[in-house]
Design a protein around this ligand. Sequence first.
Ligand SMILES: Cc1cc2nc3c(=O)[nH]c(=O)nc-3n(C[C@H](O)[C@H](O)[C@H](O)COP(=O)(O)OP(=O)(O)OC[C@H]3O[C@@H](n4cnc5c(N)ncnc54)[C@H](O)[C@@H]3O)c2cc1C
Length: 175
Amino acid sequence: MSPKPAGAATRRCHLISEGRPSMTGPVSVGDAWATTNPTLCQGVLMALVQAELLRDALRAQTDQENPILRYEEAALGPFNETLRFWERNRLAEIYTRIRGGRFYGSAGWTTAKALEAATPADPEVLTAMGDIGSMLVSPEEALASPGVVGRAMSVGADAPATGLRRAELVGTITR
Ligand SMILES: Cc1cc2nc3c(=O)[nH]c(=O)nc-3n(C[C@H](O)[C@H](O)[C@H](O)COP(=O)(O)OP(=O)(O)OC[C@H]3O[C@@H](n4cnc5c(N)ncnc54)[C@H](O)[C@@H]3O)c2cc1C
């Protein structure tokens, strides 16, 4: 029996349906709201930021407005979408390489790879990626800063690899 390939870990539980909470009482934060891929080390941060967002929504509560809707609207959807995009493409890339192929992906994935490669090489890209990783600004906002994506595309192609290549890793652990 062959081992089951690792699958997606980034999943979101939607408790809002047609603009209304599907149940009253429970509110989800942390992994109950969405799980993230552990390799990105963002789960605890996401839970803490959500706790703050929920606190703010409850403090701003009015009789006319459901605080849970306010919280859900603020609750990090764009970050979750970005993490899902990254994970989906990274898994496809890994399994394509295991089969000996080369994964190309979309233009968005090419940009993501360039940003990743340019992060250790360019201070502006590093700042933008740090802001996203720390959840200080949304991915859209950080990448809209003038020149960030352009710099990544020009620097990223020539930046040295920061990790082991697959053959090097396999060679190291099977030595
Ligand atoms: C291998 C791995 C590595 C990770 N590395 C990182 C990292 O480096 N950085 C990072 O930020 N995040 C990391 N994460 C993610 C992070 O651990 C989670 O996102 C975070 O713990 C979520 O917190 P939480 O409070 O939502 O859930 P949890 O930490 O899972 O807390 C839920 C608690 O509820 C309890 N519970 C469950 N059911 C019941 C019940 N019926 N009654 C009473 N109690 C119950 C559980 O026992 C548990 O103590 C990693 C996750 C994994 C799996």
